[in-house]
Design a protein around this ligand. Structure first.
Ligand code: UDP
Length: 232
């Protein structure tokens, strides 16, 4: 693979703390991405916002549109932070948003993002799609398609796609490989349904693995991969 989009959940950044950032976890991600860059792979990153705010359920009384705006701003904070962590290891980065954030970020444009990737910069797509009622999953899928990524790498709390929830069913079976059609037919939760359909229509494969396993981002693109390939 030459160009990938890595999706990290917000909670993953919080490590064991559940809120905010765990610096060591973020440094671990940065070290692994550096290895991918050294292998000549172009890396774009989307980060969720669950370590700060979720539009759907973080407040029971404010309106959803405003709540989602707070969620999107949470993802901007995450990207600015992780981008800076990457810079401490000598990588060059760029943070894009779909809305103006003054001088904090740059407004997303495909040509600019692709140019930055080709220059070896790690690009961050913050702020999701810029619209409420969407998610960072949809932001991930949209950007992966736009920048013509070869695949989406999904670093999750679980280490692949299972036929049922491994947290509640100890007999749950992990797939080495599954087609996106089967993901839809079996209603499996890899990404949300809107994103699943977008991946299916635009033939965007996904590589699903556990972030907590040692060196799992690097392994995801090697023979040592032991997560799930979602094929198109
Ligand atoms: N969000 C949004 N539009 C987007 C992307 C994100 O409104 O295009 C908001 C939404 O409120 C979401 C929050 O940002 O809950 C954090 O994103 P994430 O995808 O991590 O949330 P999750 O889907 O896990 O709730």
């Amino acid at each position: 693979m030459k160009r990938i989009l890595l999706k990290l959940s917000g909670e993953a950044l919080a490590g064991g703390k559940g809120f905010g950032f765990d610096e060591e976890t973020c440094l671990g991600v940065a070290r692994q991405v550096k290895v991918l860059l050294e292998q000549g792979i172009q890396v774009a990153i989307v980060i969720g916002g669950g370590n700060f705010w979720r539009g759907r359920n973080s407040s029971k009384i404010i309106e959803r549109t405003k709540s989602d705006q707070i969620g999107m701003l949470g993802t901007v904070m995450n990207c600015i932070y992780v981008s800076e962590i990457f810079r401490t290891l000598g990588m060059k980065t760029k943070v894009y948003t779909p809305f103006l954030c003054g001088s904090f970020t740059e407004l997303f444009a495909k040509d600019s993002a692709v140019e930055a990737l080709e220059e070896g910069k790690v690009v961050f797509f913050a702020g999701g799609t810029g619209h409420p009622y969407f998610s960072t999953d949809t932001g991930t899928t949209l950007r992966a398609i736009e920048i013509e990524a070869d695949a989406i790498l999904l670093a999750k709390a679980v280490d692949g796609v299972y036929d049922s929830d491994p947290k509640t069913n100890p007999q749950a079976k992990k797939f080495d490989k599954i087609s996106i059609q089967e993901v839809v037919d079996r209603r499996l939760q890899v990404v949300d349904l809107t994103s699943t359909i977008m991946c299916m229509e635009n033939k965007m494969p996904m590589v699903v693995f556990g972030l907590n396993e040692e060196n799992s981002i690097v392994k995801a693109l090697s023979d040592e991969f032991n997560g799930t390939y979602v094929t198109v």
